[in-house]
Design a protein around this ligand. Structure first.
Ligand SMILES: NC(=O)c1ccc[n+]([C@@H]2O[C@H](COP(=O)([O-])OP(=O)(O)OC[C@H]3O[C@@H](n4cnc5c(N)ncnc54)[C@H](O)[C@@H]3O)[C@@H](O)[C@H]2O)c1
Ligand SMILES: O=C(O)C[C@H](O)C(=O)O
Length: 341
């Protein structure tokens, strides 16, 4: 091939074609809270994506350093840093995907709902900027309490008249990642082949692992199934306690959010068959928001794949989750009604 090249212009074309990626259009991804425990490793993982052309990093502290550091990596996304509320609009302007891990994490003894008072306002403010500057963007909320911050985001977008429920996600991928890991460990399976859906919400008993739908199929005596399900529900707390005051899951969360973002970006780019569990607007149960597997497409959620067949035990877990989930959703909606103009 190279023997037939006669000019430097031709060489450039060959070089570009050899190293081109599957996507040629501009894809801007913004991370809000990019200097945090999740934000930094997540941004590092996103910096490795050939599907992203601009990686916009926003935080209220430390983004110039994080952006300068990441910008030296020899990968496709161009990194830009934004610091403080004056630069928020530019950070999200025309983004196709906004990932939000901004806000405070738990300390031992706290529930995710204990973060509501601090994080509700942070999420409302960041989503307000998205509504104004990138109204068609996919928005993926990581900030806890996810059960409430997703309804908050929806209500803010609704106030601006730009809510598209197919483009709003609560990121619950870490629950799936944990289930896959724990099941593979328990059964001695290749963890890369294990896929276990987790549905419901993202806090304590609202997390509902559906081990009966795991692939490959696995069976457990009931006592062991209960123990494993409870461990999955409490896995976040396991990390909070191990970190002993220094925060919650950051590295595994960055891995999980990157997995979710990768599948969503690929689906937006036309790859078919990408499925992830996510906490989304739902008609599956009486809860307005409920995590289930969703088929991703160019415009976000192509199809909600639903709850599927459950064991009585799993159905009972949903029943037990419902009061807390409904209260969390109501709390988020009421926050916007009372506090956001
Ligand atoms: N969805 C999940 O599965 C999951 C998993 C782990 C953690 N989380 C949640 O993610 C959030 C972040 O966790 P972390 O460990 O990265 O916390 P962190 O404290 O390490 O980082 C949070 C970052 O947010 C920034 N920030 C605060 N207010 C902001 C604002 N108004 N605008 C922009 N940035 C702002 C901070 O400066 C900080 O850099 C927490 O709420 C945590 O509970 C969710
Ligand atoms: O447990 C937390 O507070 C963080 C996160 O929601 C998790 O599941 O690790």
């Amino acid at each position: 091939m190279f023997s037939r090249i006669t000019s430097s212009k031709q060489l450039c074309v060959v070089f570009r074609n050899c190293f081109s990626t599957s996507s040629r259009s501009d894809v801007k991804v913004a991370v809000l809270g990019a200097a945090g425990g999740i934000g930094q490793p997540l941004s590092l993982l996103l910096k490795q994506s050939p599907l992203i052309t601009q990686l916009a990093l926003y935080d209220i502290a430390h983004t110039p350093g994080v952006a300068a550091d990441l910008s030296h990596i020899e990968t496709r996304p161009k990194v830009t840093g934004y610091l403080g509320s004056d630069q928020l609009a530019d950070a999200v302007k025309d983004a196709q995907l906004v990932l939000i891990p901004a806000g405070v994490p738990r300390k031992p003894g706290m529930t995710r709902d204990d973060l509501f008072n601090t994080n509700a306002g942070i999420v409302a403010n960041l989503v307000d900027a998205c509504a104004k500057n990138c109204p068609k963007s996919m928005i993926a909320i990581i900030t806890n309490p996810v059960n409430s911050t997703v309804p908050i985001a929806a209500e803010v977008l609704k106030k601006h008249g730009v809510l598209d429920e197919k483009r709003l996600f609560g990121v619950t991928t870490l629950d799936v990642v944990r289930s896959n890991t724990f099941i593979a460990e328990a059964k001695g399976l290749d963890v890369t082949k294990v896929k276990c859906p987790v549905i419901g919400g993202h806090s304590g008993i609202t997390i509902v692992p559906v081990i009966s739908q795991c692939t490959p199929a696995v069976s457990f005596p009931q006592e062991e199934r209960v123990k494993l399900s409870v461990r999955i529900q409490n896995a976040g707390t396991e990390v909070v306690e191990a970190k002993a005051g220094a925060g919650s899951a950051t590295l595994s969360m960055a891995y999980a959010a990157n997995l979710f973002a990768k599948d969503l970006l690929e689906a937006m780019n036309g790859t078919e068959g990408k499925v992830q569990c996510a906490y989304v607007r739902s008609d599956e149960t009486e809860a307005k928001y409920f995590a289930t597997p969703v088929l991703l497409g160019k415009n976000g959620i192509e199809k909600n794949l639903g709850i599927g067949k459950l064991l009585d035990y799993e159905r009972n877990l949903i029943t037990a989750a419902m009061p807390e989930l409904l209260a969390n959703i109501k709390k988020g909606e009421e926050f916007v009604a009372k506090n956001v103009k």
